[in-house]
Design a protein around this ligand. Structure first.
Ligand SMILES: CC(C)(COP(=O)(O)OP(=O)(O)OC[C@H]1O[C@@H](n2cnc3c(N)ncnc32)[C@H](O)[C@@H]1OP(=O)(O)O)[C@@H](O)C(=O)NCCC(=O)NCCS
Length: 189
């Protein structure tokens, strides 16, 4: 069987509230990272607030709907990011959230490796039929990375975001189980 937790450059690790909060507090202070990540207003939060938040999530325990991993590099063992999968059990669909908070690791293949692990986990362990995600149209690096992992651009919500006085579109992407399986057999994304 394939190793679910190790990729070419990164491995999936458990989320330790102490460790994650210490690093996440720096990521949250990077407003560009925050604005690439989602649509919520960028906000600075304290290390304690983050630790409490991660602890509360851990205390909620295992949920068949939510899978969260912290990501470390294979070489330096450095914590660089995370991904989360939220599973709709009725329709067998998973939604992904992904981010590399350590910006010196952007554009070097780590994110695509993370997404490949995320898809392998979603399709072979969670047995979903499709994986979906949303992104801002002003995030071309993410778009390219997701396409390399096998996602297709499926739709656009026009001018759904207002930042710095500019309205921009939201993009929606997805990959089906059969498309992912074809890629495992050598099909190009
Ligand atoms: C999105 C993210 C996970 C992608 O991971 P990554 O490691 O940076 O991406 P990769 O290096 O694997 O792939 C990026 C690709 O886009 C290309 N690229 C980089 N900057 C680009 C730009 N401005 N325009 C177009 N393409 C770009 C890279 O060259 C690479 O393609 P290549 O391998 O063919 O050369 C990561 O950049 C990140 O977390 N960014 C901050 C938070 C974020 O945007 N989260 C996603 C929210 S939807």
């Amino acid at each position: 069987m394939k190793d679910l937790f190790h990729g070419e450059f990164v491995r999936l690790t458990a989320e330790d509230p102490d460790v994650r909060a210490k690093i996440e507090v720096h990521w949250q202070r990077d407003s560009e990272y925050r604005r690439l990540l989602d649509s919520e207003p960028a906000m600075v939060v304290s290390e304690k607030w983050l630790k409490d938040w991660f602890e509360k999530r851990n205390e909620e325990g295992f949920s068949p709907n939510r899978y969260v991993f912290s990501i470390r590099t294979l070489v330096e063992e450095k914590l660089i990011g995370f991904f989360s999968l939220w599973v709709d059990l009725i329709h067998s669909e998973a939604w992904v959230g992904i981010g590399i908070g350590e910006r010196e690791f952007w554009g070097k293949g780590y994110g695509t490796d993370m997404m490949k692990l995320c898809l392998r986990y979603a399709f072979t362990e969670l047995n979903v039929h499709r994986v979906s995600l949303g992104l801002h149209s002003y995030n071309p690096r993410a778009l390219k990375s997701y396409e390399k992992a096998g996602f297709q651009l499926e739709g656009c919500t026009r001018k759904d975001t207002l930042r710095e006085g500019k309205r921009t579109d939201g993009f929606w992407m997805g990959i089906l189980r059969e498309e992912w399986l074809a890629m495992q057999n050598g099909a190009k994304p």
